[in-house]
Structures are given as C-alpha cells and as structure tokens.
Unconditional design. Structure first.
Lengths: 387, 387, 387, 387
C-alpha cells in the first residue's frame, strides 16, 4: 500500500519535451511523474511555439529561464548547470522520438519516451545500444500495463493457474476516428501523416499497448511468425491503416490475434486481452481496470478485484486505496513512473532491483512488431517469420 | 405477439430421425416443432438401438408401430399410409445428414436438417437441386437466428442506421472441450471423428452459426476471399480442429473475422457478432439474447430490449411475452419451426410468403464456407478466393 | 435433464378460465402446461365474450362444444362427461379468482390459479380448507420461482453456505406504468380498479413474486412484523399504489426490504433478490435468470451458471438444454406446470412426492402479506405484527 | 479539460492533522491536494505518536521543525510564521473533528474536514456560525461527489430530463465488516466505539456519502420526515449499527430510501444512487464511476460516458483525459480539492465563484441527517419530522 512517502531519496530533476498546453498525454506524464515526490519538474521544451511553451511552463511553476525553445537548447543549457536535469520525458509526435531520444541519451539523460520509440527496428536497436553503453534508463509509457491486476495476471500465469497457454486474444479497438476527424483535430492530424506517425497508424498507436501487456503476462512466449492485414476505411488515411488484424503463432504452439482499430464505431476504448490456457482463462478490459476475470473451466467465473487479500503480494503493493474504490489510468501511470524513478536511482547507485517496467527492450519489441505487421500487410497479408 | 393460436391449418405430420433419449438437440427440435400446433409428432426412428428408440417413442406418445428401427424403413412404411408423415427432422451425427436428407427428399418429404447439411459443396448443391426439383422445403436449424433482435439488427442495417458496413466480427468460442472430454462423452466423441463429423469440427459445429446470423443481418454482403488457420490443441483431435480463426474480405471492401473454438476455457457459449459500420455498430451475444447493443459513434450506447415498442414491427411479431421477461433459445427455435411450418404449408398450397428462414441455400452456404476454410487452413493459412 | 419424455402416465385433462386472445399470461399458461405431455387442453371458458372465446378455442384445436361461455357452465357440463376435465387454470382478473377457485374445488377439480389467490386472508384460508377437504391440488403461478438457479440458491442456503441469514433485499420494480397507460390499455385498466384488482396494485401484482422466491430460498424464515408505505404517483390510481416499500423483521433477527414499483422509469423488469448471510450473499435477477451471483466475503465473486456440473443435483434435473444456452421464463413455467402435473397424479394415486411447488399455502401467504402491507400503509406506515 | 496548469495564483500553504503512515484516507487527501499546484504541504501533525509523525513528515519532504506533536502546537507555532499555514485538512477519528475544526477556524485557517463534521446538529451549527463569522472556507470530503458524471446528472435533472422527481434510492453497502474485523484492525476499531465514532457507524460513515450526492443532484429536494431502523448484526458493535435502512419523504411528495451497510457480504463498495422521475431515471455506481445510466421510459437505456461531447459543458471541464480512459476516485478528490483551493483564493480576494463543492452546509446537513436517523431508530423505527 502506498501512502505517498518518498520512493527515492530525492526527487529526480526532470524535464519534458513536448506535452504542452492541449496535450492530454503531456498531462498524464506530469501527473504521474510528480506524484509522491518521484520527479521534480524543473525545465521543459513544452511547445514548438517557444512563447506559448514559456507561458505554459510558468503555469507549471517552472522557472522562465528553464523553459526552452527546443530540446537541443535545453539539453545543452541544462548540461551546464549543477542542478541540471537528470531525466527527460518525450511526448512529441512520433516522427521526432528517435532523434530526441538519441540526443537525450548522448547528453547522459535518462529517458521516458512515448511509444513508439522510433520507426524502424534498426533505429530501435541503435537506441538500445546507446542506452546500454551510456548506462541510462529508457522507460516507455505503455501506461496501461501499470494497472495492478496486470501483475496479478502475470503471477497467476507464472503459478500455472492457466496450464499450458494456447491462445492470446488482444484488441485495442476504439471508434473515435470513424470519420476523418483529423481534418479538424490537430492531435489526430499528425497521426495519419506517415512523416510524423511513421509506417503505421493503429498498429503502432493502439496495437502495441495490448502487445506489451501480453509480454508482461507471458514473458516466456515468443512470436514465431505473424500475418497482418490492414485497411484504410477512411480513404484519405492511406497508406496508413485505421484497422488491422494480426495473427500470430508462438514458439510453444500457441496462437494469438491482435485487432487494432480506430473506426470501431460506438466503442469507447475497447482494449482487452484474454489469455486462454488449457485449464483456465483470464481476461482484462482497460475500461474496468480494477477487475480481472479468472475463468477456470468447469468452475464458476470469478471476478478478481484490485486491492483484495486473495491477490498476490506483488499485485497489492502499489495499491493507493482499498479495494472497491476505483483506481484509474492515472494510478497505472503513477506506478510506472515510480518504477522509472526507482530504476533510475538504482542505476545511479549501481544497485539491483527486482521489478519490471516497460524498458528499452519493450520499446524495441514494439517497433519490431509493427515493422513485421506492416511488411506482412504490404505483401498482401502473408505469413512472415518473426526475426 | 403470439398467443399460441394455430399458425397452419392443421399440424404437419412429422417424424424425427435421431434425437432420442439423451439427445439435447433432439429435445429442442421437438419442443420447438410441437409448440402451438405447428407439427404433430407421429413417427420416428429415434435411436440406432430400435428397442430403446421404441421405448423412447412410447414416452412421447408415438404409436409403437410408428417407432421405426431406421430411417429407410420409416420412409418406406410411412409412404404407404394415408396419414403418413409429411416432414422429417434429421438430428443424427453429421456424417449421415447427406444420405438421410437425400432419401427424405426422394421420398417427397419436407426436411428440417441439423447443420451441417453435408460435408462437401458438391453434395450440398446436389441436395439443393433435388429440393428444387421435388418442390420441398429444407430448413436448417441455425437456431440462434430465430431470436427476434437478430431481425431487429437486420432491419436497422437495412435502414442504413450503421452506414456503410466495414467490419463484421464473429465468434462462437466455448470452453467445454478444453480437454479430451470425448473420451468419456459419446455426444462429443463422434464430433471429433472425421468419418462422422466431416472435414472440420469447430468450423462446422460452431462457426457456421454466427456466419448464418451475419447472412441474416447482412444479406447483400458477399465473401470475396478468406483465410483460415486451425489448430488441434487437444492433439488426439487432429486432423480435426478445436480452434480456428477465419479472416474474410467482402465484396464491398469490408472485412470480417470469425473465431470458432471449443477450448476457450471458462467461457460459456461465447457466441457473439459485432457489425461495425461507418456510423454505428450493433452487437449481439447469444447468452443474453433479448438485448442488442446499438452504438452510434458520438452518442451514448443504447441497449435495445426485445419486446419494446421502439423496435421494428417484424422484430416484434414473434414475441410470446412482453419485454423484460427473458425469452430463451427455445423461443428462437420455435420461431424458426413455425416459419418452417408456414413455408411448408405455403409450398403445398402454392402460395408466396415474405419471411426468411434458414433454408437450403443457407445450408449450402455453410458447407461451402467450411470447405473453403479447411482448404485455406490445410494450405498453411493462405488467402483463397471464395467461389 | 429433460428430453421431453412424459412425466405423468397420461396428460391431465385440462381447461382454462380466461387467458384468451390478447392475454400474454394465458399463453404462458398454455405453453407451459402443454409441454412434454403434462396436460391436454380439452376445454375452456377463454373469454368473457363467448363468441370470441369459441373462435379462439378453435385455433387451439379445442372442440367447439367444449368452448364454454363461462366457467360455471364449463364446470357443470364437463362434470357430466366421462372424459371431463380434471384440472383448470384460472387466468382471469384478480377479483374473480376467489369465486372461480372455490367453484372449481367444489367441482372436484385441481386448480392452477394466477396470483393473488384472492383478496383477503380469511378468504384464502377458506380456500385452503376447501382444498384440504377435497383433496385437490392448488398451484399458484409464481412463475419466476421455476428457474433452476432458484433451487440452487435454496440448496446453497440450506447447506449453510451463507451462514446465518441477516438481510433479504427484494424488488420488483418496472417502469412500464410511469404514466396512466391504463387509460388506453385494457390489460392494465383493471389492475388499478380496486373492484377488480383488490386492495393493492403493485404489492400484490409485483411484490408477491420475489416474496415467494424468498420463501423458496429461505423456508425457515418467518416474518415477525412489517411496515409498509405506499404511494400513487399517478394520482388517478389512488387508493391503489404504484409504488410501495415494505420493511420486514424476521423471527431470527434478520431484516428484509421489498420494493414494489411500476413507475421505475426506464427499468425493464427490475425483479431481484439478494440474500445476505454472515459469510456470503447470493443475488438473482430475473432478466438474466440463468445466472446466480455467489459472493463469499473475502473471495472473488462467482457467477454460477445454470446447467453446470458444480450445481446441486436438484438444480440440474430440470435442465432442458446444456449450460450456456439461455433458458427463459417459459422454461421456468414449464418446470412448475410439470410439478403441478406430477403433484396431481401423485394426489390421485395417493402417493408422496418430495418436490416443492407454489401451492395453496404459498397462495395464502401472498394474500396475507399484502393484507398486512396495506394495513400498515393505511395506518400511516407503522409497524404491525405479522399474524 | 485539465492540463495541470495552476488553478490558483500560488499553492496554498497547507497542513494535515492526522492522516499519517497507514492512513489510506490521509494519502488521498494529500494526493488530491498536491495535484496541479493547488496546495503545498508545509506542515503537519500527522500522528498521535510525534516521533512517528515526524519520520512520516520527513518522507513527505516536510521540514522536521514543522512536523508537530499535536494540532494545538501546530496552529500556535504556524501562526507565528510569516509563511505559516493557511489551510488545514483534518483526517483524524471522528470524535476529534469538532474540537480541531473549531480550533482551526479560531486560528483563522481554512479547513478541509473529513466527514462527519461533528456529532451533533448543535455543534455543527456552531461550526457553521464560526466559519461564517471568520470568513473561512470549510470543505467536507464527500469525495465521490467529485466524479464528473455526478455533475452531468445534476444538469440533466435541472434540465427537466427526468420530469418530476418521484423516488430517490441510495445505498452504500459494502461487505468488508461482516465479522468483527475491528478486533484486529485499528482502522476499524475506533469506528465502532461511540466515543470515537459518535452516535452511529454506517449511517454516518457510509450513508452520508450518497446522501450528499443526492443533494448535489437534487438541490431543491428537501426531506420532510424520515424513518430509520438499524441493527448491530455483529453484536459487539451495539449500540452502533452495522446496518440501517432509512425511508424518507420529501417536500414535493417524492420518497427516498437509503441503505447503509458494512455487512453486505461479498459486495465491494455497493454505493449507488438511482433517481427516478416521471419520464426517466438516472443511475450511478461508484465502482464504475465513469458511467451514468440514463433510462428514458419507452426508449433504450443509454450508457453515458465521462468525457464525451454529448455531456454538459460543466461535466466536461474537469476531465483530465479523454473518454474511454478510466478516471478513478483520485480524480474525483482532485476535482474537489481544486475547488477548495479556488474557493479559498476567491474568499481571500473577496471574489465570487459559481461552482459548488461540499461545504460547511453539506457538513451540517450530514450531521443533521444522522441525528434524525439515530433518533428515529432509537424510538423503534418511527417517522419523525425533519427539522
């Protein structure tokens, strides 16, 4: 149970690139980072418009001289300060992640990066090497994975409660972009522009979320080959897809599906994962994130609830309030940011830690998966080996 | 609203092949057929064990002399009677459907046949020709399609409430056969024996149900090509599958998925269909068959309920009790059997009728779809044209 | 599991009073009675309009000469026949139940009567005496109680799975009469006329249903005192109530609530019962009648499903199809009618039986409860002893 | 939409009394207050054990010299500082609220107080007078009321979407205290001790929450009289109740029920409110706080979702992330604390504001309601006028 006591000796000095006024994702980064003294927001290059960025920073109580016009200036100027930033979060359009992440690592900063880490597997591996070489933490904000019952699922599966894993069904299928909303919404516009969004839209923007959750729940399962088809139902989005279906075969003989979609009219989020084993299944839905269905064949379905004593210890330790009270997405992100902070502190102090978080390898894996999906789809929806 | 008054001038004289003691499916056939004076059970070849079949028939108040040892005898003997049977239902293992159906049609009987109609598209087309030539009705018991809100969905879609159709997601994925229950359960044993079950297990046994519902809801949508993968997670079932995923492309550019599965541990039925249009989606789940979700993008989800005045007239006319009271699968079947009876009467009287029911063409289509799925799967999960 | 084989040696010769064309309740009586050869409909006084009743009977294949203009004629004429009726169902407006039931018993008939049995406790006791004296069965159509998971709840409670019972919360609160629909709907009109409906509307029409379910689940719990308030939100309904809340204290120290309402706008049925014990609770909702929530404190909620092997034997024996397939209200009624038939046969043959059904004592209890509620409410909502 | 920009010119200097290590409620106060620069935690008397309190404060980065042994010292010492506290939150056992709240107001502080404000209506009115006289804000943490769809319900009702209000059904009925957990849990122990908890347990601890939500949704509805019964099913809790049912009559003729319970075995929170009008109903459940059911009689039920454009503007302005993403209880509290801060700033600057929050009058009303309930119950469950 978390009571808000500090998790690291002192808050980590932290900045943001992007995430300025009007950015929902920027706010959830800050809300999570600043919780419980994990990070301290001391600088930022919040906005492509420096003036607006400075005004925004002021409203976050960031000193005006540390509201920078761009990330390069920020990294350079902060490096000169004794109390310069130690970590940076990147919440800019996808097309800029690679260069900013690279620059941050080269500047010796720890990085928290929005997914996707970058556009190509080669780039991703390069960032991985750089992070390893520099000894820096890279966290990826697969925020949903921070919900505590995801950990419970991981532990149930590790205990063998499901038996041999056979099927993994995933989806992230919302309906908010059923028409060309990007014509009026800047926040969507760049997502359907290959220059800014990269080689895919919904595969990268949506699909990688449940994919990472599957990696958390099923750390030993490896994709052997996959097949993907994708469509642009709103035609102006081509070549980027607004719907995709990926089939996967895993090395243990299990199979998987992942439906990525932003034109699922009338659906809210529609992010779900169902892991089916020989004996039992678990199912989780991100719109009711405090519950986990545990379904043993031949027994009544059980609804597991966050915060209850029957859960595994590791699924309880990040509770902020008792069961029955709904925690939400902000708590999931807070859990991850606290782990980012603890990982950074441990790295700085040369200590070990025994918790997982969406790290550079998760980031690399997401890029790799999208790359394979796009390749399969562009070849006409054929099976390709996962390598 | 139905009050139980007769739907046909006199009950149609009717017999069953199979469906004896211990057959759940046999009972639902009888329960539906005998409701509201549509059919009258006057004969039967209920059981492969003639003695047991006769005893069973006695408990259904069938005259002992009309409890026959086999269908051939029954067709022959009944043909000699002035009051001989006019229609027969076939509820035997799949491998016998073709020959019994063929014999029944040749005997001039109307037929209600369990799905699958037969094993091959060629056989199916032969039965279709025979039925057309003989002027006999063939009904297929895609029983779930008789739920009234399926008709409501059909009408909503026809009205354009969803806009252009983009995605059709279907599943019938239960968990009852997660292990080799067939080793102890005769009712499952034949289902995993290719000789008795045909070229597939779950594709034919489960998948064709939501497939037919999609045909009811979307009569104009035609499959252009499909891809299927299938697995035998219980290894002794090979070559028959206990899990399959089918991807479909339709002629209007829409795409579809159909998940057929009997190893979905912990799930009850898991039969669902979601039709996604440009403007809205509808979703139906057979375990709560009185409800239909209608989800217009940008509006609150609406839960439509059977029996309510806001539904289309044709979705109300088969109600047997007011909204709020749950009707179940028996009512869905009763609706179909009543239509079978009315279609038979109309056919006999040379009259037209304006209602749909799962007819010979639906039966042919199911066989055709399974054949294509199996072919695709056996080629390694490749796209094949639907022809 | 029921396969439709006969439950009684020969179908009981049966008639209806009321329940003619346009009566939903009439149809569910017939649909249940005629199922599986329990009863045979041979006569009727279906309608207050003899001509319409005869036409209706004809469509039920009842011989025209046995379609009677009124119940008195029917009882008299049938008594003259060797093959005269043995049992009769009464589906007329409430105000006529007493006299018809009395006449039927005096004619030596077994009776199935719609609730309420009559209007006063004194009358009810008189009918009870008459039934005992005549040795006839009186069944009351508390139809919801026939759902199999009600029996499961009864058995779970008998097993002590809930521990000491503390609270029983009940409701039957629909919204269909939020405005004065009775001005246009004959089927509602009589319900709000004290002459026809008796001393109450929703208490008797709705509240007695979950009350009886509580009696089934908790046979040993006895009401000690109760308090009731009632309102007529649609003013023209006064003195009959369209909303009522009853508080109860039981002899073991438990407490109960029962909310009866027909102005619960937007609600479908809203019939629920929750029994709370020291260790666990169960909850049932009649709109999803195949499920039973079983909630052990400190454990995950379990959703019990009809038809599953983990249920008690007696909760499985009336299944008509496997779990996962929804049974509906018609099956619940069929279960009760089958027990009525078996009880009648046993009574005629002087045999014992070991099953429960809503009998004359249940009918008496419902009348008694309404009488106490009305008295309490009319005294201003005060506690009155239950005697 | 909230992006985290400051809501007040500068964070309000703030302290806590109570809420130390091991206090869940303490954490949610801090988490809400510290969000988005509304308050700054500069002092505290966190714990009855000064040493432990100081250690705890240190982990919250509170200066050691401002971690006080008790509230009196804190108020006295802080008053001497130029940068002394301006506001204080009280998260101590109920029995101390009155004296601390009084002392804080007398020290010129703004107060945020856990409910109940105090034990008697007379005390509550005294605090109200003191707050008015001192010109200080008193906020009460009816935290659930901060969920945005509560505001939506308020606006829908104000618009007349429900028509005349007829029934208000409320409950807060969890199962966590089905046995005498207080024997092992200090956090529960004081709640069942009249000295510490006051005249009631669940009425005050639970029932006042949905009561306040009803006041938010229905500002014009006034209780005319009420009746309450209460029980101590865990006998050692007597005279404090662990279950209570309150019936209410409102001045417009509407009626209400409020079920307060901590022995509802197997239930998680069970906090719900349903407001039934002539035309429609709304229903809200705190375990799925992002949804609001809107049920118009004769139309399909609509599920309203937080964050969607069809909601009222005032129900959207506190969103922190788009619809579909679950916000939780922490956001609801954050919304209230932000309003507390804005109200404090407005009060200090002599400005008006046009938003509601649970203020001193809400606190007084809760105490008044509990006092009436207890009185009714102790008189045997009789109607008493609400005055």
């Amino acid at each position: 149970m978390i009571y808000g006591e500090k998790r690291v000796e002192r808050p980590i000095r932290w900045a943001m690139v992007g995430g300025g006024r009007g950015s929902q994702i920027g706010y959830i980064h800050r809300s999570a980072a600043l919780r419980d003294f994990c990070f301290e927001l001391v600088a930022g290059a919040f906005d492509i418009d420096p003036e607006r960025g400075r005004d925004f920073g002021k409203n976050l109580h960031v000193a005006p001289e540390r509201c920078y016009p761009d990330y390069k200036t920020m990294f350079a100027e902060e490096a000169k300060r004794d109390d310069g930033i130690e970590a940076v979060s990147i919440a800019t359009p996808n097309g800029t992640h690679f260069e900013i992440c690279k620059a941050a690592l080269e500047a010796g900063l720890h990085v928290i990066c929005e997914k996707p880490l970058c556009f190509t597997y080669a780039e991703a591996k390069a960032l991985q090497s750089l992070a390893e070489q520099k000894g820096r933490i890279v966290g990826i904000t697969y925020g949903y994975s921070g919900h505590q019952v995801i950990e419970e699922a991981r532990r149930l599966i590790a205990d063998g409660a499901l038996g041999e894993i056979r099927i993994v069904n995933m989806q992230f299928a919302h309906g908010f972009h059923n028409v060309a909303v990007e014509q009026n919404a800047a926040s969507t516009k760049w997502r359907v522009d290959p220059k800014m969004a990269g080689p895919s839209y919904v595969l990268g923007d949506l699909g990688t979320h449940p994919l990472f959750i599957s990696e958390v729940m099923l750390p030993h399962l490896k994709i052997k080959r996959l097949l993907c088809t994708r469509q642009s139902f709103v035609k102006s989005r081509a070549p980027l897809e607004d719907n995709a279906m990926t089939l996967m075969e895993y090395d243990n003989g299990a199979v998987g599906t992942l439906w990525s979609c932003c034109i699922n009219s009338g659906s809210m989020h529609g992010q779900k994962i169902r892991v089916i084993g020989e004996k039992a299944s678990i199912e989780w839905w991100d719109e009711q994130p405090n519950q986990l269905r545990f379904e043993v064949q031949g027994e009544p379905v059980r609804i597991l609830e966050r915060g209850m004593g029957y859960l595994h210890d590791t699924a309880l330790q990040e509770d902020r309030i008792g069961g029955g009270h709904p925690e939400g997405l902000f708590e999931a992100w807070s859990n991850l940011y606290a782990r980012f902070a603890e990982a950074i502190e441990a790295k700085e102090q040369g200590k070990q830690y025994d918790f997982w978080y969406p790290d550079i390898y998760a980031g690399v894996e997401g890029v790799r998966w999208v790359e394979h999906c796009v390749k399969s789809a562009d070849l006409g929806g054929v099976w390709i080996d996962y390598e």
